[in-house]
Design a protein around this ligand. Structure first.
Ligand SMILES: [Fe+2]
Length: 221
């Protein structure tokens, strides 16, 4: 299985504070059969230049690579919080998931508005494929509006595991509106992998569909 959204690099963001935290996350992932993790560390334009971000992420990645003896493949990526200046960033391409033209984007927590859709168009027109992170977190209206754009859609496993959102997510899946699954694991206990395991059982045949999409994007067939 492929986890398309995870915060597992030690010190790269608030997902893991140490190599030990990361190793415990990876152990949990191994236990449920995850073979590949896209490590999507948070990128906030107001906090870091892309160069600073990449340096911190690479350092974290190397530290973990040295300490981790298991078989999970870790692919470097970023979770980019959308801001008005993001689409015009010269080095935006460096925030794509390694080896792809795809960029994982989360919606801003505060000042939303129509500019969001223009921003996604701009990113797409520059030749990058936006992937909307955890669309299940947004209002139904925003979620369904995002699904009409030239974007790929990722959901968190917790949205399938939960009885409150499962039905709606399954409907989107039937409509072909959801493409990727992630744990969005964020802490040492990594309980998000329990949700991932539960989601995979609830998804039935859709698991294969979601994993095939991930394989194709990451070119690891
Ligand atoms: Fe995330």
């Amino acid at each position: 299985m492929i986890d398309f959204h995870a915060h597992i690099l030690p010190g790269a963001d608030h997902g893991s504070y140490s190599v030990e935290d990361s190793l415990s996350q990876l152990k949990k992932a191994e236990n449920i059969g995850v073979k590949t993790i896209v490590a999507t560390s948070h990128y906030y334009i107001q906090d870091n230049t892309v160069e600073e971000f990449l340096e911190r992420r690479n350092e974290a990645y190397e530290k973990l690579r040295k300490a981790y003896k298991g078989d999970i493949r870790i692919i470097k990526g970023a979770e980019v919080t959308l801001a008005i200046d993001i689409p015009d960033m010269e080095d935006l391409g460096k925030l794509c998931i390694d080896g792809t033209n795809c960029i994982l984007i989360e919606m801003p927590t505060t000042v939303g508005g129509p500019w969001i859709f223009d921003a996604l168009d701009k990113i797409h027109n520059r030749g990058y494929q936006p992937i909307i992170a955890h669309v299940d977190r947004y209002t139904i209206a925003l979620c369904e509006q995002l699904m009409t754009k030239d974007v790929l859609i990722q959901i968190n496993a917790s949205a399938i595991a939960s009885v409150f959102t499962r039905k709606r997510m399954m409907k989107y899946l039937e409509q072909g509106a959801i493409h990727l699954l992630g744990s969005d694991v964020h802490d040492k206990e990594a309980t998000q992998y329990d949700q991932f395991y539960k989601a995979v059982r609830k998804l039935g045949g859709y698991t294969t569909y979601l994993m095939n999409n991930a394989e194709e994007i990451l070119n690891i067939k």
